[in-house]
Ligand binder design. Structure first.
Ligand code: HEC
Length: 181
């Protein structure tokens, strides 16, 4: 074969390579085009939540009362296993890294006997834990009480949080009624 033949062969191989490469770029372009589309939905959902949190009427988000009405304390207990690293839930339970939580619903904030709370808790004054406050607290502890030393990021699913609240409600000699749906 003379060099002209070789050139044709090289040319063909190179051309095929470029074609494959080109297809890959186009392909990955198509593929990556889906990513922003998904991110777009996530943002839309987050915005919907923010709007609801701001008190907008309607929308698919259920009220706390409605979430509690269908809450499952057994599921809440399973989720609350993560709390037990720091909290005792039993009646007469002791303080651990965090305060004991038996009877926490309706209890004054930051008043478990013998527990040294952070400054943020002291600033809550005489407020008591109702379901709405516990719901906000467990959504994002550090936003609800600035400077809290509870190192827990929060439970971000509404129903999952309501299940935990229903479990906390059961840890009481006189359970506090759920708010109306
Ligand atoms: C890493 C340890 C840790 C984990 C995990 C944790 N907590 Fe706490 N929790 C604390 C600490 C510490 C405090 C006291 C915070 C302060 O003083 O700022 C606290 C405070 C609380 C209080 C306020 C009690 C009161 O007496 O006012 C509630 C309610 C609570 N936690 C619920 C929970 C629940 C429910 C979970 C699980 C979903 C959980 N915590 C997970 C450490 C933890």
């Amino acid at each position: 074969m003379d060099s002209f033949e070789w050139n044709k062969i090289f040319g063909a191989v190179l051309g095929t390579g470029l074609l494959v490469f080109g297809l890959k770029i186009v392909g990955s372009g198509l593929f990556s085009a889906e990513v922003p589309a998904k991110a777009g939905y996530a943002i839309a959902a987050a915005e919907a939540q923010t709007a609801d949190a701001g008190g907008a009427a309607g929308g698919p988000k259920l009220s706390l009362g409605a979430l509690l009405a269908k809450a499952d304390p057994a599921k809440g207990e399973a989720t609350a296993k993560a709390c037990q690293a720091c909290h005792d839930f039993s009646k007469g339970g002791a303080n651990k890294v965090g305060p004991y939580l038996y009877g926490v619903v309706g209890r004054p904030m930051g008043k478990a006997e013998g527990f040294a709370y952070s400054e943020g808790f002291k600033a809550m004054g005489d407020k008591a834990w109702d379901y709405a406050a516990l719901d906000q607290w467990l959504t994002a502890p550090k936003e609800f009480i600035k400077g809290t030393k509870m190192a827990y990021s929060g439970i971000h699913e509404d129903q999952k949080r309501a299940d935990v609240l229903a479990y906390l409600a059961s840890l009481s000699d006189a359970p506090v009624a759920f708010p109306a749906p």
